[in-house]
Ligand binder design. Sequence first.
Ligand SMILES: [Fe+2]
Length: 302
Amino acid sequence: MLSTFTKAQIAQAGPTDISDEVERGRIVVFPECPIALASPEDLSFLREEMPKVLRLKNISYHPESDRIIGIKGQREVVARAHEILKAHSQRVQSFLGKTIPSLASGWMIGTSSFRPMQERGRHLSAHASNELVHVDAGAYGATHGDRIIRFFVNVNPVEDRVWNTKGAFPELHTRYGAQAGVGRRNGNGGYLEEGIFDRLRTATVRAMAAVVPPAKLLDSSPYDRAMRRFHNYMKDTPEFQSTSEGHQEFRFKPFWAWMVFTDMVSHACISGQHAFVDTFVVPLKNCRLQEMAPINILKGHP
Ligand SMILES: [Fe+2]
């Protein structure tokens, strides 16, 4: 499930070589971090200071509003974290714009977040927990079938970041879709079509979000609701969490980077501390292998 690219291989790759790997449901790993990182002093600052000022699950830079969320502390501390995350976000965008240009065209640039806490034993609620295997559902409200890609960097100088997976969406849906209550047999054939009420809500939410950006969190769609159901089924089902079927463990070493369609590849972060996570929503039409997208898997299987 891993596709590894060295810096030399990135330089030699064609314009869709790396994005095709992502679309196939591979985790694309960069053992040599392909972007410049914040200075060692700035990384030490994040590791040491962010746990003290964390107010939400993560600390996140929002590029659309140029704001940092999830932090409460002295003004200089907040301002320094803001600058570090903003610069990191811009370097990730620049790298991905060159490396996966077909996916990056017209995408929605989401948050750049720093994960300051040890993931093992955080005791978050089941649906918020990173330690339980899941596929991501919704990002910033609803995606309507667009894709969620995340780019990670482990900036812990000594500790691996450890992930588990149970496989990718196509096979997960075949195995668990009916139990999870997603699929055409649970509704009429067009259950993923957006009805008048859905279209009205989305139009209203978009108009509101133009004035107040967080209003986009109110959006929904039949696709996003199905993905949420699947996400919750995974996290709420102990037999799924403990199954050996499709189970693999990955260890991402200090200063490795990796990226993956997190709406497709199931994942849990079972341990590790100090990582950057950058999120982008890729228009479905950008994908070359659209038949592998979750929305088309859902539409195509009874
Ligand atoms: Fe996730």
